[in-house]
Design a binder for this molecule. Structure first.
Ligand code: ZN
Length: 332
């Protein structure tokens, strides 16, 4: 029935245009004008946007793509890091939490790879980064909308950082915790009072909340035996040779036995490129199947968890003080 009524409506519109209503040519011209105005907006808005961040503190950023060290307004850097580190479609309060986290990371210390810089633009070292041209490519026609939204997140939190005992914290964050974040010392070396495991409910909507990775028994054996010569795994005996011995409170594998060798769960995670150290292992006649929960190392703020909290009505301060235990949000 619905299909029939759509067909009828289409028929009516067609008749009207033939009787002198808005013609196809007229609609085409309107579309051209609409596109022209959009393109003009795309050209004009970034110019206005860049200027509003010119004032205030500057930092040194090593741009790995351009292989150049550049001095840049802190707030402009924050907007570009925010654009790369969190989907612009997220709730404004989640984006504000991420902006404060990115700003804290930018002024808290120095890049370990390029010590003359406060931060570099390599996500594997410091934080990811999208300059204006890259933002336009990524967001296409949504650029004006997303750009304005991110700028609001930066302006609304301008100058704010996360501190513990009046010192900027070591900011760690990840995509999806899988229900609970991890104590920092179980993933990295040093314990820190503000990076403790906390519950992170409501993350199931995240597209990578659950994952699965399948490898052949032969590939599994080769990768493990190459990395751990004492393992001595054989493809037909994996069920008795591989064991997860200890899990953390967040269900991440901490200690595993791999034949004659032992390894931390995170070692298996990096060896096979697993989404998370929260995994189970199952077998078929020919394959090894990893089922994972969560995405990332699991320490500090969960970005999908932050979005879940924001959707449930939490503001950015509530989000940050939930994921970073005992911290304050202050002006730097
Ligand atoms: Zn770096």
């Amino acid at each position: 029935m619905r299909y029939g009524s759509r067909r009828r409506r289409r028929g009516i519109r067609y008749k009207r245009s033939r009787l002198g209503g808005p013609s196809r040519v007229g609609r085409g011209t309107a579309r051209v004008w609409f596109r022209l105005i959009l393109i003009l907006l795309l050209i004009v808005i970034p110019g206005i946007a860049g200027e509003r961040f010119e004032a205030g503190r500057r930092i040194m950023v090593y741009d790995t793509k351009a292989a150049a060290l550049v001095s840049m307004p802190l707030e402009l850097y924050v907007e570009r890091a925010l654009a790369a580190e969190m989907p612009a479609s997220y709730h404004l309060e989640a984006l504000k939490a991420q902006a404060v986290a990115a700003r804290t990371r930018a002024i808290a210390g120095h890049c370990s790879r390029y010590p003359e810089a406060n931060v570099c633009t390599d996500s594997g070292c410091c934080q990811a980064y999208l300059d204006d041209a890259a933002q336009r490519v990524k967001w296409s026609l949504s650029y004006p909308l997303f750009r304005a939204k991110l700028e609001r997140a930066v302006v609304d939190t301008a100058g704010e950082i996360i501190t513990y005992n009046d010192e900027p914290i070591l900011v760690l964050y990840h995509a999806i915790s899988g229900g609970r974040t991890e104590d920092v010392e179980l993933v990295f070396s040093e314990p820190l009072p503000y990076l403790r495991g906390v519950d992170s409910p409501g993350e199931e909507f995240g597209s990578k909340y659950k994952g699965q990775l399948t490898v052949s028994r032969e590939k599994f054996v080769k990768l493990v035996n190459d990395a751990l010569p004492d393992a001595g795994l054989t493809a037909e005996s994996l069920e008795s040779q591989v064991e997860i011995l200890v899990r953390s409170a967040s269900n991440r594998a901490l200690a595993t036995r791999l034949g004659g060798a032992s390894a931390e769960g995170r070692k298996l995670r990096s060896l096979f490129g697993l989404n998370s150290a929260n995994f189970t292992i199952a077998y078929t006649a020919k394959e090894v199947i990893f089922d994972t929960v969560g995405y990332g190392h699991g320490v500090g703020m969960s970005q999908v968890g932050a979005e879940a909290m924001a959707r449930a009505g939490a503001n950015y301060l509530a989000i940050l003080t939930h994921y970073y235990t005992g911290v304050q949000v202050t002006d730097y």
